[in-house]
Write a protein of this length. Structure first.
Length: 251
């Protein structure tokens, strides 16, 4: 029997209470990782805490909070090997309807938090190496007319990832940094968007049809890509974009 793919590794996952974050936490746990999980909704993480995970409330836009979370993980487990910057928001709005408040909140949660997380992870990992996985989106690769702030934030995640990857490689830190780019995935965020539409079923069908494979993705499928990048199997992969989109961006 092969050993678990994350055996002996300590992983911090933000936005771990739902969707891709929760699926990643479950998969990482099954593959032997020790988990530090953060979210504003800590109650949903109680089952992980009962099995030994460190569960913390975190506002990912709070600079000081990032240092506290990373130090808490190290205090509990002795090290940090993997960071998954997963927390995010999606606020619809085109260039005529989006507000400055929407723009600033989106950039703070989706982009600035990734900068803060990467900075703390590099500080914690540079003596031993590690893996940072930043969750972007296909909206960080191609545009969407109705999501101007979201596209900008996820594009920022893509290039922040590359900058961090190059810096760490050239410093000899043995820290890899890669981004994952899902398309429409069946998560609470997407289901909430569908539910608010005037014709939810039509929207659901449209999201499924956007991918040549003819369906939306599952959170577990995105988690599998994250697991690969977190594991030593991707030891020669850094600064890369892993697209998990059912073929949407191949068109």
């Amino acid at each position: 029997m092969s050993k678990p793919r994350l055996e002996g590794k300590v992983a911090l996952i933000t936005g771990a209470a739902g969707g891709i974050g929760s699926a990643s936490a479950a998969l990482f746990e099954a593959e032997g990782a020790k988990l530090a999980l953060t979210d504003l909704d800590v109650a949903s993480l109680a089952p992980f805490a009962e099995r030994g995970a460190l569960v913390l409330s975190q506002d990912v836009t709070d600079e000081a909070g990032w240092r506290e979370v990373v130090e808490a993980a190290i205090a509990r487990f002795g090290r940090l090997d993997v960071l998954v910057n997963n927390a995010g928001v999606a606020i619809l709005g085109n260039i005529e309807t989006a507000t400055v408040a929407d723009w600033r909140k989106t950039q703070a949660v989706n982009a600035e938090s990734v900068f803060l997380g990467c900075r703390e992870a590099v500080r914690a990992m540079k003596g031993q190496g590690g893996s940072i996985v930043n969750i972007s989106s296909v909206a960080g690769l191609i545009g969407d007319a109705q999501s101007v702030a979201y596209c900008a934030s996820k594009g920022a995640v893509r290039l922040t990832t590359k900058s961090v990857a190059l810096y760490c490689a050239r410093k000899g830190y043995r820290i890899r940094c890669n981004s994952v780019h899902p398309s429409f995935t069946r998560t609470n965020m997407v289901e909430g968007f569908i539910a608010t539409a005037r014709n939810p079923e039509r929207v659901r069908e449209g999201l499924a049809a956007a991918a040549p494979l003819g369906r939306m993705g599952e959170a577990a499928e995105i988690a599998a890509a994250i697991l690969y990048l977190a594991s030593d199997e991707s030891a020669f992969t850094t600064g890369a974009e892993m697209v998990v989109d059912g073929g949407l961006t191949a068109q």
